[in-house]
Design a protein around this ligand. Structure first.
Ligand code: NAP
Ligand code: ZN
Length: 368
């Protein structure tokens, strides 16, 4: 067993952490604030960020065109906007989509000759601009990961970039910004955090301190999910728990990676518009069955941390709204073609591994 951990993000947590730590935003003199359409404003995070920037005498302009599952073309456009505004750092405010986009924008901004698609080649001349992040969802853990999941406009396929240049310099995690999320987004993002914790836990790398992180967040997240399955009125202490545990889960996947529910989930998001967390949760049942078969000791621990497996599956299924879509066997085979030449690391990291044919079978068997 050998592994290394590298997580260089300065991460501040807690109520009013943006106002209380405004000096951490001094990454330059002029920033491009990156947001989606509404969440930065309706969560209150944008106003707090602007006040904090004013306090530090940092000027800013806003790019608010990042959508869900961010397109490389939007990130490329924002990179040009950053250069136009002479920004010397990027401040992303939003859910995982905006946080991931901000990491890509920082790369495009300092590399004017980089075409949208070439970001996947991971070769460019200039260092990315520094990035600060303020999260408004409780799920992806992008605040602490060296990953950005981007969508290729031409193929519609989601693909990650990762590496030290994808770490934020600083992340602010204030749970109050997550309070404006709808019940559905709260559930989907909570399911994503649970998927990260559970998939990460069952990888071979999840030992030592990483196992401690996973073992901290699995029972807490599960108890939150149980509550979400019974009520759509979400108390503040649950919002807080969801946010902090999503960060623990982010620390787990940052080293351990995720397992097969994630790439299979991308297929549901790309073709059926299912939000990321619910899309991954759709594969919880086949995943945990394989864990029971191939990773018996950890499976025992998982049950001790949660509940009897039938109950756990029922809670996850009750929260997973897949909109009535159906995948035919033919479509499943077609979707699985993307894994024909290269088997993703998420497959090999899953207990028992996963072949392309098995992936197609699981896709075709998913219950909507
Ligand atoms: P999201 O796509 O960022 O946001 C989903 C929706 O929720 C958007 O419409 C957003 O609105 C809205 N929203 C966000 N915060 C809100 C708030 N506080 N109040 C009201 N509405 C709010 O959702 P996400 O689940 O956080 O991110 C998903 C993305 O992250 C996917 O692309 C996924 O692949 C990626 N991901 C990345 C990592 C990583 O390590 N980097 C890990 C897992 C997943 P606006 O459009 O107005 O912002
Ligand atoms: Zn995820």
């Amino acid at each position: 067993m050998s592994y290394s951990i590298y997580m260089p993000v300065k991460c501040v947590w807690g109520n009013n952490c943006v106002a209380d730590n405004s000096s951490l935003l001094s990454l330059g003199k002029n920033c491009l604030i990156v947001t989606g359409k509404n969440s930065a404003r309706c969560s209150g995070a944008l106003d707090d960020a602007i006040s904090a920037l004013e306090k530090e005498n940092i000027s800013c302009s806003i790019f608010d065109e990042i959508g869900e599952n961010p397109l490389i073309s939007s990130c490329h456009k924002a990179g040009a906007a950053a250069r136009e505004a002479d920004a010397d750092f990027i401040l992303g405010i939003g859910g995982g989509s905006v946080l991931d986009a901000s990491k890509a924008i920082a790369i495009y901004a300092s590399n004017s000759d980089l075409s949208p698609i070439d970001i996947y080649k991971r070769k460019y001349s200039n260092k990315a601009l520094p990035v600060a992040l303020i999260g408004t969802t409780a799920g992806t853990g992008s605040e602490v990961t060296a990953v950005a999941v981007l969508t290729n406009d031409k193929t519609g396929i989601k693909k990650s970039i990762s590496g030290p240049d994808c770490y934020a310099a600083v992340s602010f995690c204030d749970p109050k910004y997550t309070c404006s999320m709808s019940y559905k987004t709260t559930v989907s993002t909570a399911l994503d955090a649970f998927a990260h914790a559970v998939e990460g836990f069952f990888t071979q790398k999840c030992e030592g301190v990483l196992r401690l992180f996973a073992e901290k967040c699995i029972p807490e997240l599960y108890s939150c999910l149980e509550i979400l399955s019974k009520t759509d009125e979400i108390p503040c202490n649950i919002r807080e728990k969801l946010y902090y545990t999503s960060i623990y889960a982010g620390l787990v996947i940052n080293t351990c990676g995720t397992a097969f529910p994630h790439p299979l989930g991308y297929v549901l998001t790309e073709n059926y518009g299912i939000p990321h967390g619910m899309a991954c949760a759709a594969f919880f049942s086949p995943f945990i069955d394989r864990c029971a078969e191939y990773s018996n000791e950890k499976f025992g621990d998982f049950i001790r941390m949660t509940d009897e497996i039938g109950k756990v599956k029922a809670v996850i299924a009750s929260l997973t709204d897949l909109n009535g879509a159906v995948i035919s066997k033919e479509d499943a085979k077609k979707y699985a073609l993307r894994w024909q030449s290269v088997i993703p690391r998420n497959f090999t990291a899953s207990p028992g591994g996963l072949t392309q044919r098995e992936a197609a079978e699981i896709l075709a068997g998913v219950k909507f």
